[in-house]
Design a protein around this ligand. Structure first.
Ligand code: FE2
Length: 212
C-alpha cells in the first residue's frame, strides 16, 4: 500500500526527528511544468519538517508516527504541531504522485472507478480543476476513495483526509507558494498543467491499496 510506504518513509523514529524525504526524481526533473520545485521542496516543505521537529521536542508527540501525530494533535487542537505534521504528510504525498514521465490517464480498475463515479476521465479532471480553482485561500484538493466511491474534496490550510479516517489517492497543492513563482495568479493554468506530470501508476497503486 503506497500510503503506508510513504508514511514509513517519513516516520523518522530512529532518532525521533523527521527528515525531509528524498524526492523520487531530480528537483529539476518536473520542468517545464514546475520550474521552481527547488524552492517549494527545500524551503517550504523543509521548513515544515524543521518546525515539526521543534514543536514536538519534549512533548508526548515525540516518537509517534507521523499519522498518529496528525490524528492526536488534530483532536487536541494543537495547531503548531498539527499544521506542520499535516503539511509534511501532504507534501510527501503530493511529490509521490508526480513524475517527469507522468500524464495521460490511469488504466484498469482505477480508470474504471473514475469513469463509474465521474462519467468520464475528462469530467473527473474538470471537477478537480474547478474545485481547485474555486477554493478560497490556501489548501489542497484531494481525491478520496471510500469503498467503490471516489470523491473530490478541497480542504483548507493543512487539512487532510486522514484526520477523518478517509483514504486519499491523489492530491494537488493549492497554496500560492505552489504556483505563484511559475504561474503568478493563474491557478487554473497551474492545475491544468499539473495533469501533464501526474503519475497515474502511483495513483492507481494508492487506489488498489485501499482496504476497509
Ligand atoms: Fe506546498
Amino acid at each position: 500500500m503506497r500510503l503506508k510506504l510513504i508514511a514509513e518513509e517519513i516516520l523518522g523514529l530512529q532518532d525521533k526527528t523527521f527528515k525531509l524525504p528524498e524526492l523520487p526524481y531530480k528537483v529539476t526533473a518536473l520542468k517545464p511544468t514546475l520550474k521552481t520545485l527547488d524552492v517549494h521542496y527545500n524551503k517550504h516543505h523543509g521548513g515544515y519538517v524543521d518546525k515539526l521537529n521543534e514543536n514536538i521536542q519534549g512533548t508526548k508527540y515525540n516518537g509517534m508516527s507521523l499519522e498518529k501525530i496528525i490524528q492526536r494533535s488534530y483532536s487536541d487542537s494543537h495547531l503548531p504541531v498539527y499544521n506542520n505534521a499535516a503539511q509534511h504528510f501532504n507534501h510527501t504525498f503530493f511529490w509521490n504522485i508526480l513524475s517527469p514521465d507522468g500524464g495521460g490517464k490511469p488504466k484498469g480498475p482505477c480508470l474504471e472507478s473514475i469513469e463509474k463515479n465521474f462519467q468520464s476521465f475528462q469530467n473527473f479532471k474538470d471537477v478537480i480543476i474547478e474545485k481547485g480553482k474555486n477554493h478560497f485561500g490556501s489548501g489542497w484538493v484531494w481525491v478520496i476513495r471510500n469503498g467503490s466511491s471516489l470523491s473530490v474534496q478541497d480542504m483548507h490550510d493543512a487539512n487532510n483526509p486522514i484526520t477523518q479516517n478517509q483514504y486519499p489517492i491523489l492530491v494537488i497543492d493549492l497554496w500560492e507558494h505552489a504556483y505563484y513563482l511559475d504561474y503568478q495568479n493563474e491557478r487554473e493554468k497551474y492545475l491544468t498543467e499539473i495533469f501533464n506530470i501526474i503519475d497515474w501508476n502511483n495513483v492507481s497503486e494508492n487506489f488498489e491499496g485501499y482496504k476497509r
